[in-house]
Design a binder for this molecule. Structure first.
Ligand code: ADP
Ligand code: MG
Length: 700
């Protein structure tokens, strides 16, 4: 590391203690190095000259060459303004001043070529520019400034205290003079050549002082690649270390239960995707390292049977396993489903949730400790201290995003050698995001639905078409189908939301009256027992319609329900809409999803509705979601720190991320310790980064 770069920022000429303090507080710039890495958020292209007939109402700065052909003062109610007519060979526009009119009037020359620069707006078909920067063309041609001008992120305080963009720019010039732009190359030479990257020095110089958009693009590419590359090195190394250091139980027996189930009791043929992920899981668990794997698969892709077969492997190797679900409803459903699947096997399965009675609890605790219980299914209740396994070998967590990291680690503190961990999620995470966030986790994807499923048909209807929708419901019920109607429930507007739900329920009850129809209702304010009872009535087909809040979002499996109506669909996020839709389409019948919204929709809401109507592919939907909301929002603020990248953007720079990932994998395969001489400089940076205890320590 270059020592000069560790110099406190106030020592830079032109900074001093007061500005130093400001830079630290407002921008987190402490040292020379931090200033170097303070990158412009955008650039103004002063290499391009616009013609007046090319101007657009786009609120960006442009520059135009032309002459002032007329200048006049216009009186207004609230003061005077100075208006000049500016013309080139394609048309005319107006320049406007509200202040400093006298000086302008005295100094401006008519019919002399000027370069003007500023934002244009259009008013009554005529473009105008208020308070333009202007410079005679002859002077402009001699100045050095005609290049891409960087614009740095700023804050109100900085602007107030006179640390303008120009001041930052000057500091940057000073910095490059003092350090003579001697920055150490960090990437191996062969990589630079292979990828045709520009050297570190040139990249840093041109990110701050680009002479053309071409060289700027090269500088950006190089720095983005470097940033993403080092993150990937960290993540992949962590994964490798994990595999070497964290011991795991070795499940090397292809046991009796697994084989028996596979050969005689599979209720259907596994899809190729299911077979593939099972192989990946078996491989992992057959090694003496702890498995730390995420299983992604869209709703209905068949994760449950993969979970069961993994647990059978544990059993065959003499271990217990558990499956933890986020809600009681879901835990129950898993319990029922798995018990049914395993009914011909010699396996004991129990369920432990908040509502399990003390007596039964005792039995479960005992059976767990003496090893007579093979599989325990449950909710958070599994995490209680009283729950002690004799030998937990595999922990499966369904719908991971609902459990915090701490909770997960609680599970694996229960034994000396941690159990293998399989996290199942139906929320597809775009590959790029998964790579940046979970690069240290292995990922299996079920990207294929079981055969014979009819794709769900999705339509978008405005509230004004409700009558037609109701008619459609009546027809489906007449065919023996069941209907979900879901209302949004947001904490902030809870009261209003409940009112909407109850109003909706009442009007439905009028339109679909007893005794011909029966309607169930489930919402968060009901007691768990009442909720379960209502769910049961619906799943047993005793009611035709289920009115609910998002309680039913996760996992519920009622194959006869073929219509999902989502009220105020514009208020749901894309992933939630997709999850809700996944409640239908589980039987042999054609299923439908109807998105009800008001007429007025924001641009984003429109995109969400269009996306839902267009595709059933969870990954595609997740990509759109990522673009709309940005990575921080998707993963929650808690994890967004991971994505505080200095220059790269994992949405926009997806291709660079993939490239960086591939190169990082290749490099570590070749030299995992980074001890080859050509990796020396890189290793130094890597060690510095690791020392900083970076962001990626939060998972597993
Ligand atoms: P999810 O991935 O959403 O948890 P499930 O495991 O609940 O999906 O499976 C959804 C439905 O598909 C279940 O009814 C299950 O029995 C069925 N299923 C799973 N795999 C297959 C398959 N390979 N062939 C046919 N049906 C399958
Ligand atoms: Mg499931």
């Amino acid at each position: 590391m270059n020592n000069l770069l560790q110099t406190p920022i106030e020592y830079l000429k032109g900074v001093g203690p007061a500005r130093g303090e400001l830079l630290r507080k407002e921008l987190g710039i402490f040292k020379y190095q931090d200033l170097i890495n303070f990158y412009p958020s955008r650039y103004i292209d002063r290499t391009r000259y616009y013609k007046i007939n090319e101007l657009q109402n786009s609120n960006t700065e442009v520059q135009v060459v032309g002459k002032i052909i007329n200048i006049k003062t216009v009186e207004q109610k609230n003061g005077k303004r100075l208006v000049a007519t500016f013309a080139d060979d394609t048309g005319q526009m107006e320049l406007v001043w509200f202040q400093g009119q006298k000086w302008i009037r005295e100094n401006l020359k008519l019919n002399l070529p000027y370069v003007i620069f500023g934002k244009t707006t259009s008013f009554g078909g005529i473009f105008n520019m208020a308070h333009p920067e202007l410079e005679p063309l002859t002077e402009h041609e001699q100045s050095l400034r005609s290049a891409m001008q960087p614009v740095y992120p700023s804050t109100e305080k900085l602007t107030q205290r006179g640390v303008s963009n120009r001041v930052i720019n000057k500091m940057m010039q000073q910095l490059f003079m003092e350090t003579q732009a001697l920055f150490v190359e960090t990437l191996p030479q062969y990589l630079i050549e292979e990828l045709k990257l520009i050297p570190k020095n040139a990249a840093l110089f041109n990110i701050h002082f680009p002479k053309s958009s071409d060289i700027l693009a090269k500088a950006q590419f190089r720095l983005k690649f470097e940033e993403l590359f080092f993150i990937q090195l960290q993540l992949i190394t962590k994964n490798l270390v994990h595999k070497h250091k964290i011991k795991g139980h070795v499940f090397d027996k292809v046991g009796e239960n697994f084989t028996n189930f596979y050969n005689h009791h599979l209720p259907f043929d596994l899809t190729n995707a299911q077979k593939r992920v099972l192989k990946e899981i078996r491989n992992d668990m057959g090694n003496p390292a702890q498995m730390n794997r995420m299983l992604q698969g869209d709703v209905g892709s068949g994760k449950t049977i993969v979970a069961l077969m993994s647990m059978l492997l544990a059993k065959d190797n003499g271990f217990q396993s558990c499956l933890m679900a986020p809600t009681e409803i879901l835990a129950n459903q898993h319990f029922i489903g798995l018990t049914e699947l395993a009914k011909d096997l010699n396996i004991t399965i129990k369920i432990l949730t908040g509502s399990v009675k003390t007596a039964e609890r005792k039995i479960i605790h005992e059976a767990l400790e003496n090893g007579s219980l093979d599989i325990l299914i449950g909710t958070h209740a599994l995490l209680e201290d009283k729950v002690q396994f004799q030998n937990l070998g595999l922990a499966i967590i369904d719908e991971q995003h609902r459990f915090g990291v701490e909770q997960r680690s609680k599970l694996w503190k229960k034994n000396d050698i941690p159990p293998h961990v399989l996290v199942m999620t139906a929320t597809p995470i775009p590959r790029t995001l998964a790579m940046s966030l979970y690069g240290d986790l292995d990922i299996s994807v079920i990207d294929e639905l079981p055969p014979g499923r009819k794709p769900i048909q999705t339509v978008h209807r405005f509230d004004s078409n409700r009558l037609k929708v109701w008619k459609f419901i009546a027809d489906e019920i007449a065919k023996g189908r069941q209907i979900y109607i879901v209302y949004p429930l947001i904490q902030e507007s809870e009261k209003m939301d409940y009112k909407d739900l109850m109003d909706g329920y009442e009007s439905l009850s009028r339109d679909f009256p007893l005794p011909k129809y029966a309607i169930s209702i489930v919402h968060g304010k009901m007691k768990p027992a009442d909720k379960d009872a209502e769910m049961k009535r619906f799943s047993q087909g005793k009611t035709n319609i289920m009115v609910a809040t998002t309680v039913i979002e996760v996992g519920v499996n009622i194959p006869n329900a073929s219509v999902m109506i989502i009220e105020s669909a514009e208020r749901f996020g894309l992933s939630q809409l997709h999850q809700l839709r996944g409640r239908v389409g589980r039987g042999a019948e054609q299923s439908y999803c109807i998105l009800m919204t008001s007429q007025k929709l924001s641009a984003d809401s429109k995109i969400r509705m269009e996306t839902m109507v267009r595709t059933n592919d969870g990954f595609e939907i997740a990509e759109v979601d990522l673009k709309l909301r940005g990575p921080g929002d998707i993963m929650g603020t808690q994890q967004s720190g991971v994505l505080n990248l200095q220059i790269a953007d994992i949405v926009r720079d997806k291709d660079i991320l993939l490239l960086a990932r591939n190169y990082a994998v290749r490099l570590l395969k070749d030299d995992a310790q980074m001890i080859k001489p050509e990796h020396q400089a890189m290793r130094n940076v890597f060690i510095e980064m690791t020392k900083k205890k970076n962001i990626w320590n939060y998972i597993s």
